[in-house]
Design a protein around this ligand. Structure first.
Ligand code: AMP
Length: 404
């Protein structure tokens, strides 16, 4: 049998890994500058954690979750997103009793049983950040700035920031009722999913991909007409903060995002990936989620970027490779004899390879070109006798002999 990778998954091969290392290094660097600390949580959790948080009316939970019974009959799920696990970890480990705001970042592989296509995979990698313990609109502004700074740090240009406010529980209740009434009036024309959404979570109707529904929903009640004073003021302050920082945005009043836990601010970063506009990152506030999971209320917000979608947009000129040297053993000198020398050179900060394939001198020189080495360090009988090495710079052809 010839094995193939599972549908919708990817092999990130060594020739492309420098891009991933750059994304991860820059993400860590930028998160660090905003004083976010790293956290890692399990790849799978109790399935009910996602049902309660991401929401059983969302496509992610309803249609796309990898859910299974383990050998102890527990119903588990591969995480479809990063936030729920982080909230669970923060509550379980009592981190909310420490200094607030608590600011955390993570890298997580997430799993969604989606229809695979360009930029849409069944296993996806996210860089995410979460901030707990503040209601301030300035936290929303800083979060967006963090996302933007990360995208800029990997050389991504032409990102559009789309933003909206979906309100709090109070204003949402009124909006949901208006949407239910609207759905009743237009019931015959709505797709089966929207009929279900109208019952479970009417807000989700705005996210329907069905073109007929989209047309009908153009006349649906607008969220912004239902926001309470506090939500209106919060949104105005977020926009003012972005204006002050010169961060451009587009208000999109149908932007609701695919997860049920959001409140107030929601946003997405959009770029053209392989000729198609798509979200490269997104997030928002989720002021009720901690209470939903733990019973203890704590305002919070966060976002995640999809690294798979960013991969092709990264500016490759930002990748800095360390010089690579091949230690070539010549004459009677064996590979075993050069291993200690290789170690010394590694300690100087070079990437060093030795003649592990036991090639002849000329085959080693050919191999050095094949692996695109910057230098060969030749160690032959004479060099051993004099305590020297001969250094050839393969880029300039220059050759010198140095004391070891
Ligand atoms: P979400 O967790 O849905 O808020 O998504 C956050 C980001 O993850 C999105 O903006 C995308 O960049 C990325 N993403 C979401 N779903 C997928 C997928 N199926 N394949 C690749 N990237 C994805």
């Amino acid at each position: 049998m010839e094995y193939k990778k599972p549908k919708g998954t990817r092999d990130i091969l060594p020739n492309n890994y420098a891009v991933w290392q750059l994304m991860e290094a820059k993400a860590k660097d930028v998160a660090g500058r905003f004083n976010y600390a790293q956290i890692r949580t399990p790849t799978f959790e109790d399935a009910s954690l996602f049902l309660r948080s991401v929401g059983d009316s969302s496509d992610i939970v309803n249609k796309e979750m990898y859910i299974f019974k383990d050998r102890g009959d527990r119903v588990m799920a591969l995480r479809p997103e990063g936030t729920a696990g982080v909230v669970r970890a923060v509550v379980e480990n009592g981190l909310l009793n420490e200094a607030l705001p608590l600011k955390l970042f993570y890298f997580a592989n997430c799993f969604r049983y989606e229809n695979p296509q360009a930029g849409r995979y069944r296993e996806l990698s996210q860089f995410g950040v979460e901030c707990f313990g503040t209601q301030s609109p300035n936290a929303d502004v800083e979060l967006i700035l963090l996302g933007k700074s990360f995208l800029e740090s990997i050389g991504i240009k032409n990102t559009t920031l789309q933003i909206n406010s979906i309100g709090c529980k109070t204003c949402r209740a009124k909006y949901n009722q208006a949407m239910r009434d609207f759905a009743k009036e237009n019931n015959n024309q709505l797709c089966p999913d929207c009929k279900r959404r109208a019952e479970q979570n009417p807000l989700r109707m705005l996210d329907c991909k069905n073109t007929d529904c989209q047309k009908i929903l153009q006349n649906a009640p607008k969220l912004k007409d239902y926001l309470c004073d506090e939500c209106n003021q919060h949104f105005a302050e977020v926009l003012k903060g972005l204006d002050t920082l010169g961060v451009e945005y587009e208000i999109v009043d149908t932007l609701v995002r695919g997860l049920d836990y959001y409140t107030k601010t929601v946003f997405e970063f959009e770029n053209e990936v392989d000729g198609k506009k798509m979200a490269v990152g997104g997030g928002g506030r989720y002021d009720d989620l901690v209470a939903e999971i733990s019973g203890k209320s704590c305002p919070a917000l966060g976002f995640a970027c999809g690294l798979d979608r960013l991969e092709s947009l990264v500016d490759k000129n930002l990748i800095q490779n360390k010089p690579l040297a091949l230690i070539v053993n010549a004459g009677q000198v064996s590979t075993a004899q050069v291993l200690p020398i290789a170690q010394k050179i590694r300690n100087l900060g070079y990437n060093v390879e030795c003649n592990l394939a036991e090639r002849s001198f000329s085959a080693q020189m050919k191999y050095a070109n094949k692996i695109n080495a910057d230098f060969v360090f030749i160690v032959g009988d004479e060099e051993i006798q004099n305590g020297t090495i001969t250094i050839k710079n393969l880029k300039t052809g220059e050759q010198t002999t140095k004391k070891l």
